[in-house]
Structure formats: structure tokens, C-alpha cells
Design a binder for this molecule. Structure first.
Ligand SMILES: [Zn+2]
Length: 261
């Protein structure tokens, strides 16, 4: 063994690490966000994982849904899904939520929970749910895994048509990193003026936020450092940046794409 291979050996032994799809080294202190289709993202650290809008089925050619290769890993708790504990849903629309797949998950892992509004959680028994509707504040604090979740009601886009839809924005704090997922939110800046939500590290938004002046105001107001654009239809062409100084734009359009924080 020459000195270079010896050095590499020592590095490998002393720093157990894996690599994400964008080639970054994942260490034990990292938080990763991995795309699973439409607005689905898995947020994880070395102890736990939260999946927002993850389990949904085919709903038409404009919506990406998690393929069988992902579902197999979920139901066998493999790879990035090995630490999955919490299924969060922003609302019940079928491009975000499947009661059937969620039931299957809970049958396999009865200690885990589904978090959402009554339109989502009414499909499950009381021991399996956390109601996040009308909370406007903290719904979960698990110090063992450095996880806190806050929930805020926020109007669904096209409110005239979707007035009855209970849409929830989740603020997930993992290892102190603040990640806000807004679901199918409308772009009325007034809806985002809730307290406790500012200085966001990562904001996960639907595609219609990218070319909308009101959405730009919301993102500036929340001082989001990064925005991740989701809900992109396959083949849809979008501009690559929202054009806000100090805010990085990331487009999630490919299943398993991920970022490390
Ligand atoms: Zn919707």
C-alpha cells in the first residue's frame, strides 16, 4: 500500500459517508431532500425521515407519481426510506395523496403516523393520525431526532373552485434547518403573513410560483435562501431562476433528484 492508498483508506474508515444523486458526500450531520414525484419530497437526517406528499398513484400524464421502484423501497424500508416515520400530506387531492398506499404503509408499520387535515386523516384510525388543521403552530417536537413540525392552514390555488380544500403548509425543522412546504398554495401574499415563519432555509413550492409577481413577494418576505420548484409536468419548460437576489432556485423534475444541506 503506497502512501496515497493508505491516506484514502484512513479517510474511508474514519468518515463513513454515502453519496447523493448530485454526487455530494452525505455525512451523519447532513439533512437531505429527495424528490419522489409531483410535490413529494423525503426530508431526512441520520435519525428520522419525514415524507411530504409522497404516497400517491397515477393521476394523468401531467403528474409524476412515485414509481414501483420507489414504492418497493418504502414498503421494505430500504435505503433512504429506512428511517421513514412520518407521512405528511398537504391536502387530499390525488396527485398528492393515496389513502390506499398510506393504509398499506400503516399496516406494515403501525407505530408510524399520518399527519394532515381531516380530509386526509379521516381515512385512518385515531391511533395512526395527527390532525394538523387549524393549528397554526407546533404539531410535533421530537428532540431525540432534532425534529419539529409546525402546520399552517393556507388557501389552495384557484380558491373560487377549491374553497373547500383543506391545504396545509408545513414548516419542518430538522437539525435546526427550516424547510417550508406549501402544498398547492395560492399566491396571495396575505395568506403567508402568519407569525413564526421567516428566515426559511428551503421553501418547496409548486411550479406556478416561478413566474408570478405575488409569489416573488412571498419568497422575499420569508427570506428564503433556496426555493425548490416542484409540481412540474413532464416536459414542461420553465425558466431556471426566480430572479431574487440571494435566493437560489432549484428545479425538481426527475425522481430521486436530491440536495444536501
Ligand atoms: Zn390540489
Amino acid at each position: 500500500m503506497n502512501w496515497l492508498s493508505y491516506l484514502l483508506f484512513i479517510l474511508l474508515v474514519s468518515c463513513p459517508a454515502s453519496y447523493t444523486s448530485d454526487g455530494k458526500v452525505q455525512t451523519n450531520k447532513s439533512v437531505s431532500i429527495t424528490y419522489t414525484g409531483n410535490m413529494g419530497v423525503l426530508i431526512s437526517n441520520d435519525k428520522t425521515a419525514v415524507w411530504i406528499d409522497g404516497l400517491h398513484e397515477y393521476y394523468g400524464p401531467e403528474y409524476l407519481n412515485p414509481p414501483d421502484s420507489i414504492l418497493e423501497k418504502v414498503f421494505e424500508k430500504k435505503d433512504i426510506f429506512s428511517r421513514l416515520q412520518w407521512l405528511l400530506f398537504t391536502h387530499y387531492h390525488r396527485d398528492h395523496f393515496s389513502a390506499k398506499l398510506s393504509k398499506r404503509f400503516l399496516q406494515l408499520f403501525p407505530a408510524h403516523k399520518v399527519i394532515g387535515a381531516p380530509q386526509v386523516i379521516d381515512s385512518f384510525s385515531a391511533s395512526h393520525i395527527i390532525n394538523a388543521w387549524n393549528k397554526h403552530g407546533e404539531i410535533l417536537n421530537d428532540t431525540a431526532s432534532s425534529l419539529r413540525i409546525k402546520a399552517f392552514n393556507i388557501p389552495h390555488t384557484w380558491p373560487q373552485r377549491h374553497t373547500k380544500v383543506q391545504n396545509i403548509a408545513y414548516l419542518v425543522e430538522l437539525n435546526g434547518i427550516r424547510i417550508l412546504h406549501v402544498g398547492d398554495a395560492d399566491t396571495d401574499p396575505g395568506s403567508f403573513s402568519f407569525s413564526q415563519v421567516d428566515s426559511i432555509d428551503v421553501m418547496i413550492v409548486p411550479a406556478w410560483f416561478l413566474e408570478n409577481e405575488n409569489a416573488k413577494k412571498i419568497i422575499e418576505q420569508l427570506q428564503a435562501k433556496k426555493i425548490i420548484i416542484t409540481h412540474i409536468a413532464p416536459g414542461e419548460k420553465l425558466k431556471s431562476s426566480i430572479g431574487i437576489k440571494n435566493t437560489e432556485t432549484i428545479l425538481f423534475y426527475k425522481i430521486s433528484q436530491s440536495i444536501l444541506l
